[in-house]
Structure formats: C-alpha cells, structure tokens
Design a protein around this ligand. Structure first.
Ligand SMILES: Nc1ncnc2c1ncn2[C@@H]1O[C@H](COP(=O)(O)OP(=O)(O)O)[C@@H](O)[C@H]1O
Ligand SMILES: [Mg+2]
Length: 323
C-alpha cells in the first residue's frame, strides 16, 4: 500500500508584482513503504519547491495551485504551517535540507537544538531522558558524540554539521525522509561519509522510505530504487534506477545523462555535452512540450501540444515520440 501519494500537484510563487511563477506543475507519484525514490534535474527545475509542497509547508510567497499530497491517506493541503510543524514534520515526513549551515541555529549548541526538537514533539519527556536518547542516537553515527553535541555549529567541520542535521532530522524516527541535495555543498570525501550515514540509518531501520534529491543523476543509480527526472516543474520520466540511467527514453533524460561528466565510476572520462539553450520562463503560460525548444528530436507539433505522461514499456515518459 502506498504510504505517500502526490496527485497532480501544482505550486507557484507569487511575486511582489503579482506575477505567478509556476515552479511545479502536474506532479503525481506514490511511494510504498521502504521505497527510495531519487529525483534529479537541472538546478532551477523545481526540486526544492516540490520538497516544500511534499511536506505541506506553504510559506508565502509559495502557494499551492492545485492537487493533493497525502501521508498515510491524510491530506497535507489546507493546513496551517503551525499544524504541519507540530503534527507532520519530524514525525511523519522529515527533511534533510540542502545547506546544513543554515539549518542549524548558530547561537545554540547542537544538543540544545536537538533537545528542542524532541521536547516539542514528545510531551512529558524530561531533560535527562532527552540527553540520554541524544547520546545513544549520535553514537550510531561514528562521531565524537560528546564534543559534537556540546559544540556550536561553527565549531564543527562541514561533515559533522551535515551529519548533525541528519541526526536531528531523524531523531523521531520519521516515516519518511526527504533529502534535498544533502551532499551538494560538501567535498567528495565528506559526501561519501554523509551518504554512508544515510544508508546506515536505513539499515538500522530508523527510517525506511526516502526521497533523495540531487542534480547528480549517476549518484542516484547507487542509492535509489526508482528515479524521477524533473524538467521545468514537471516529471518527464520515471522508472527504475537502471531503466532511467542506462536506458533513458525521454530526450531530456538522454541529454541530462550526456551532460554528466562520467556516467559510471571507473569508466573513461568522456566529454560531456552541454544541453543547448535554457529552460522556459515559468512566469508565462507554456503551450506545448516544455523541452521542445531545446529538444534535438522535436517535431513541429511539439511546440503546440502539451505532453502528458504515458507508459512506455513499464515506465512513465512525458513524450509522445519516446519509444
Ligand atoms: N521565492 C521565490 N520567488 C519566486 N520564484 C522562486 C522563488 N524560489 C524559487 N523560485 C523559482 O522557482 C523555480 C524552481 O526553483 P527551485 O525549486 O529552487 O529549483 P531547484 O531546487 O531544482 O534548483 C526557479 O525558477 C526559481 O527561480
Ligand atoms: Mg534546490
């Protein structure tokens, strides 16, 4: 049974000039318990906007345009940010944000930031129990627990900070975790440590269902069961990780794979091919296929005809001409 369902979700920003930026349009997918879904796409394609929508967190200027998001059958739409923070975040859906530094209050120690999260959600828990649980949990992460917990964020390395953020985001054993480019600001060695930590948590059963967002498609092959590719606010292709990485069908997925430095570790470095042109302006209505302007195999009608998701083999592709 699906524990997480997204149905025709549309999200927009309302600018100071009253203009609507349609950052996410028509996103639908569902996730089963234990599934790891990767979402990839160029910067600006709407990944982080989607994350806020998936948590039901609508803080102006972000507004829902249409659609529904359900966790365990319960809708997250039309709820106040306070309600969402208290009843959904941390426990049901928890986010590991893109920038660890901004996620931690610089004026407080890690243990106090973490204790606040626990105290807010676990009524009746006392300080001693909180710290015992914190030490137990942080000990799982192979860090110098006492020092990390007693430090201010600035006193930690980038890797320790990101691992602290992950530790805090998963303290309450959320049903589902959404990691938004959790390694993008880190060097390669630290990236590996952080990825390993996420997988240790999965292995230990601290959480079991995850959306992992990145602009690095090859990384997803190693971590995800299924992959969805986003372009200009839409999912253009979704299939198993193997299907999408090794046998992409949508022209954008093909272009994205071609633009990566090296598809596989150990493979000879080949010259990446940049995707010509730029994504469409999301403030204007877009009639036809959103990728048509940049698509090497576009037909004249592609610029007029909106493309819908269809099933090709056993995957979803938003292109009438994909085979
Ligand atoms: N506060 C905002 N106001 C208006 N437009 C925004 C705002 N935040 C993001 N956007 C726009 O929404 C689109 C999607 O951005 P984002 O979700 O951050 O993409 P990604 O995470 O894939 O890089 C971009 O075109 C971006 O410029
Ligand atoms: Mg982002």
């Amino acid at each position: 049974m699906a524990i997480f369902e997204v149905e025709k979700l549309g999200l927009h920003y309302l600018t100071r000039f009253g203009q609507k930026i349609h950052a996410v349009t028509d996103v639908s997918f569902s996730m089963d318990q234990g599934e790891i879904l990767g979402i990839a796409g160029e910067s600006g394609c709407g990944k982080s906007t989607l994350v806020n929508g998936l948590m039901g967190l609508f803080i102006p200027p972000l507004y829902p345009t249409c659609g529904d998001v359900r966790v365990d059958g319960e809708s997250l739409m039309n709820r106040t940010p306070e309600d969402v923070r208290q009843n959904v975040l941390s426990r049901k859906v928890s986010m590991i944000p893109q920038g660890a530094f901004n996620a931690l209050n610089p004026t407080r120690k890690v243990k106090d930031i973490a204790a606040d999260v626990m105290a807010a959600h676990m009524k009746g828990i006392d300080k001693k129990q909180i710290y015992e649980r914190l030490i137990e949990r942080f000990n799982l992460f192979g860090m110098d627990t006492k020092r990390v917990l007693n430090s201010h964020p600035i006193q930690l390395t980038a890797g320790e900070r990101q691992r602290s953020v992950i530790g805090i985001s998963t303290l309450l054993n959320p049903q589902m975790v959404i990691a938004d480019e959790p390694t993008s600001a880190l060097d390669v060695t630290t990236q590996k440590v952080v990825i390993k930590m996420i997988f240790d948590l999965l292995e230990k059963g601290i959480f079991s269902t995850m959306i992992f967002i990145t602009h690095e498609l090859p990384l997803l092959r190693h971590v995800a069961d299924n992959i969805a590719i986003m372009y200009a606010g839409e999912i253009v292709e979704k299939g198993t990780a193997e299907q999408v990485v090794f046998d992409p069908r949508h022209p954008y997925t093909k272009a994205l794979m071609g633009a990566m430095l090296s598809a596989e570790p150990g493979q000879k470095q080949r010259k990446p091919t940049a995707i010509e042109g730029a994504p469409p302006n999301l403030a204007k209505p877009i009639e036809g296929c959103r990728f048509a302007e940049r698509c090497p195999s576009a037909k004249p009608e592609c610029k007029q005809k909106k493309q819908e998701i269809r099933i090709v083999g056993d995957r979803q592709v938003r292109c009438d001409y994909a085979e």
